[in-house]
Design a protein around this ligand. Structure first.
Ligand SMILES: NC(=O)c1ccc[n+]([C@@H]2O[C@H](COP(=O)([O-])OP(=O)(O)OC[C@H]3O[C@@H](n4cnc5c(N)ncnc54)[C@H](OP(=O)(O)O)[C@@H]3O)[C@@H](O)[C@H]2O)c1
Length: 131
């Protein structure tokens, strides 16, 4: 069982949160609108809690389920909390068109962690070059 913080209160937060609860994990929901976070935590059930926006997430795993504009506003709100969390090293890898490359990079990263470098303490970076 893992402790998972989900930052966001929208479709993805609800879907991932439901899967996480079904898997027997503890879930913390954080949103800039505290009432939406509370509503989602209540709807998820399973002991889901809310965290305070602007503080570091409590979970050992942190899932950011915000619109891109919300993520890149580093230094504000909970994103500031994430950036202050010493275990995390967020990278700005470009706009939404980079998403499909990053999904593949994520699979490669998990594969390398399990079968290559044998630890999760690394990251793959992608640089979007101007054309
Ligand atoms: N839905 C899908 O099928 C899907 C699939 C793959 C990837 N994604 C990606 O997952 C992310 C979330 O998608 P979603 O469908 O969950 O979106 P959503 O339902 O619109 O939820 C967006 C969340 O982001 C928050 N947010 C928006 N702008 C913000 C800002 N400037 N600062 C802080 N928070 C902000 C919203 O808070 P408020 O409610 O307070 O506005 C809400 O909690 C997006 O990047 C999307 O591209 C979605």
């Amino acid at each position: 069982m893992s402790s998972i913080s989900i930052i966001g209160t929208g479709n993805m937060a609800r879907t991932i949160g439901a899967r996480a609860i079904a898997g027997g994990n503890t879930v913390e929901i954080m949103g800039r609108d505290q009432s939406k976070a509370a509503d989602l935590a209540k709807a998820l059930g399973g002991g889901a809690t809310t965290g305070e926006w602007g503080t570091a997430p409590a979970g050992g795993i942190v899932i950011v389920a915000l619109l891109y504009a919300g993520v890149v506003r580093a230094g504000q709100g909970t994103c500031g909390g994430v950036h202050r969390e010493p275990r995390l090293r967020p990278l700005d890898v470009g706009g939404l068109k980079m998403a499909h490359w990053l999904e593949g990079a994520g699979v490669v990263t998990v594969g390398l962690a399990n079968h290559g470098v044998s630890n999760p303490d690394f990251a793959l970076g992608i640089t979007e070059l101007p054309v």
